[in-house]
Design a protein around this ligand. Structure first.
Ligand SMILES: [Zn+2]
Length: 196
């Protein structure tokens, strides 16, 4: 490996969330020193994921199959649909382990400022799922940001005559993103959910 190849690796690592150039350099040095037990297996795992990762055609979760494990599972209650902004929110809900239904990932929030409208998100697909799947309750688990709440209200307007709508309880701090909440807080917010 020439040093320029190492530089390329450092530059790429520095683009990861939470890492800057300094921590990227430390991480790369660490990886090189642990070449056989860490760098090799990591490179293999990245290669595998690069080849197989895809979005679930049904809910937008990220996995390695066309239909994700959650959508395909017979054990999940099909009547409850939890709407989240991002895959990281879905994964946070799953970490909390309290929700037995299925999900719908919007892929962001509506934003007048950034010109993001309903068709830029998977809102049409959500409306379609409510119309075609036997869904009894839609839980809006959107972040307590202005855009998150605007999006929740828009979805509520579209769906209110068709399905039971609930929202996470106000245990979720303002501006708090689900991914940053601990499992207990998510669990409490879900259990205390209320009609919209
Ligand atoms: Zn899915």
């Amino acid at each position: 490996m020439s040093s320029s190849e190492i530089d390329i690796l450092i530059e790429l690592m520095a683009k990861l969330p939470g890492l800057g150039p300094r921590s990227a350099r430390r991480a790369v040095l660490h990886l090189i020193r642990k070449r056989s037990i860490l760098l090799g297996p990591l490179a293999d795992a990245m290669q595998q994921v690069a080849e197989t990762a895809c979005e679930c055609l049904n809910c937008g979760n990220v996995g390695t199959t066309e239909i994700c494990e959650i959508c395909a599972s017979q054990k999940r209650a099909t009547g409850e649909l939890c709407v989240v902004e991002d895959v990281s929110d879905l994964w946070a809900m799953e970490r909390a382990g309290v929700f037995g239904g299925r999900y719908h990932v919007l892929g962001g929030t509506l934003s007048a400022l950034e010109g993001i409208g309903p068709d830029d998100l998977s809102i049409p697909r959500l409306i379609d799922r409510v119309a075609t799947e036997e869904i009894s309750e839609v839980i809006l688990a959107l972040n307590a940001t202005v855009d998150g709440q605007t999006t929740a209200h828009y979805i509520a307007e579209q769906l209110e005559s068709r399905v039971n709508l609930t929202t996470l309880a106000q245990g979720v701090p303002v501006g708090g993103e689900l991914d940053y909440l601990d499992e207990g807080t998510i669990s409490a917010a879900l259990k205390a959910r209320k009609p919209l």
